[in-house]
Design a binder for this molecule. Structure first.
Ligand code: MRU
Length: 351
C-alpha cells in the first residue's frame, strides 16, 4: 500500500480552498472550490469538510479567502476585519477545538506583524496556514508511528466515525496507526462502525480503507457489542474532537457506548489525536459544548423519511468519554497513559 494514494480532504491554491465534498462520498468524487468565508462556513457546517483537524485547516484557509481581496486596507482595518471573519468561521461548529485553535493561531500571526502593510500581514497569515497544514501532517505521521506497534498480526481493530485521511491534512489520526501497520507489513482486520446518523463510518472510513487495500468489515453501530462478545476485537481506536484537561474526550456520538463496551469486555480503548485537539482551558467533559444537529438527520435515511411526523427527536453529534474509560491517547508525542491530567501536559510543549 502507498500512503501517497490516500485521498486528500483539503488543498489551498491561488487564494482558493479546494475540498473533496464528503457529503457526496462514496458515490461521487467531487472537488469543490470555495472562494469566500461564507462558502467555507457552509462547507464546514454541512460536513462537506469534516473531522477536527481538517476543519481547523479549512478554517485557517477560509480566513485567507476572505482576507486576500482586502490587502488594500490599512493594517488596523485589515486586522479588525480578520478578527471579525475568524469569529464568524469559528461559529460554524462548536465541539472540535481545532477550529478555534487554528483561527487563534492565524490571528496571533497577524497580531505579531507590527508596522507592516496589510499585504505583508496577509503573507504572514498565509505562511501560518501552510504551517498548520504541514504540522498536522507531521503529527499524523508521528501518531501512525506511535500507534502502529499496538496493532499485532491477526488482530481486530474497531473504529468509529472517520478519523482517517479524510478528517485531517494527510493520513489520519485513528487510522494513522492502521495505515502505518499495513505499511509495515502486518495483516489484521479493521471493523468500521457505520456511525449513524450521517454514516461517516460507512461512507468514508469503509471507503478510504477499502481503497487502501485494508481488510475492512462494515458493521452497524448496534452490532459492536455482539462482535466484541465473539472475541473479534482486540482494540478500539477512535479519533477525538476535544480532550479536556482531565482527559475526558469528546468524539462522534456513539463513542461513549464503545468505551463502555470495551471496558466490559476488557478490550483496550485508545483515543488518537494531535496536540491541536488537546484543550487544557476546558477543565472536563462537562464543559465541552456538544453540537446539536437538525432532527431531519435522524428522521430520514438516504433522503427517505423513516420516522413518524412530529415524533420527538434528539440529535447530539458528539458524546464525551470519561478519562477513566480511556486506556491511552496515541499522540505525536507518543502513547500517553494515565494519569492524563498530568501526562497530557506534554502536548503543550513545542515539538
Ligand atoms: O461530525 P464529524 O464527521 O466532523 O465528526 C468527526 C469525528 O468525530 C472524528 O472522530 C474526529 O473529528 C476526529 S478526526 C481526526
Amino acid at each position: 500500500m502507498s500512503l501517497s494514494s490516500l485521498p486528500r480532504a483539503v488543498r489551498f491554491e491561488d487564494g482558493n480552498l479546494f475540498i473533496l465534498d464528503q457529503t457526496k462520498l462514496p458515490s461521487k468524487i467531487e472537488i469543490i472550490k470555495l472562494s469566500s468565508p461564507s462558502e467555507v462556513w457552509e462547507a464546514i457546517r454541512s460536513l462537506r469538510v469534516r473531522g477536527a483537524p481538517a476543519i481547523g485547516i479549512a478554517g485557517a484557509y477560509g480566513l485567507l479567502t476572505g482576507m486576500k481581496p482586502l490587502t488594500g486596507l490599512s493594517a488596523g482595518e485589515f486586522k479588525a476585519k480578520a478578527a471579525e471573519t475568524a469569529a464568524y468561521l469559528d461559529s460554524a461548529r462548536p465541539t472540535a477545538v481545532n477550529l478555534g485553535w487554528a483561527l487563534g493561531r492565524m490571528m496571533r500571526a497577524a497580531a505579531a506583524c507590527c508596522d507592516m502593510p496589510a499585504s505583508e500581514i496577509y503573507s504572514a497569515m498565509e505562511k501560518e496556514a501552510g504551517d498548520i497544514y504541514r504540522e498536522d501532517a507531521a503529527c499524523c505521521r508521528s501518531i501512525g508511528r506511535a500507534g502502529a506497534g499496538l496493532i499485532k498480526d491477526g488482530c481486530g481493530v474497531l473504529t468509529h466515525c472517520n478519523a482517517g485521511a479524510l478528517a485531517v491534512s494527510e493520513l489520519g489520526t485513528a487510522l494513522a496507526p492502521v495505515y502505518t501497520a499495513m505499511e509495515e507489513g502486518r495483516a489484521f482486520r479493521v471493523y468500521a462502525d457505520e456511525t449513524r446518523p450521517l454514516l461517516q463510518g460507512a461512507r468514508l472510513t469503509a471507503w478510504e480503507l477499502s481503497a487502501a487495500g485494508a481488510d475492512v468489515t462494515l458493521i452497524c453501530d448496534g452490532m459492536a457489542a455482539h462482535v466484541m462478545s465473539k472475541g473479534l476485537i482486540d482494540m478500539v481506536i477512535v479519533g477525538c474532537d476535544r480532550v479536556a484537561a482531565n482527559g475526558d474526550a469528546a468524539n462522534k456520538i456513539g463513542t461513549l457506548g464503545l468505551a463502555v463496551l470495551a471496558g466490559h469486555f476488557g478490550v483496550p480503548f485508545y483515543v488518537a489525536c494531535p496536540g491541536s485537539t488537546y484543550d487544557p482551558a476546558t477543565p472536563d467533559g462537562e464543559s465541552i459544548i456538544i453540537e446539536e444537529r437538525p432532527e431531519s438527520e435522524v428522521t430520514s435515511f438516504g433522503g427517505v423519511k423513516t420516522a413518524p411526523e412530529g415524533v420527538k427527536v434528539m440529535n447530539p453529534a458528539f458524546d464525551v468519554t470519561p478519562s477513566g474509560l480511556i486506556t491511552a491517547f496515541i499522540t505525536e508525542k507518543g502513547v500517553i497513559k494515565p494519569p492524563f491530567a498530568e501526562n497530557m501536559k506534554v502536548l503543550e510543549e513545542k515539538p
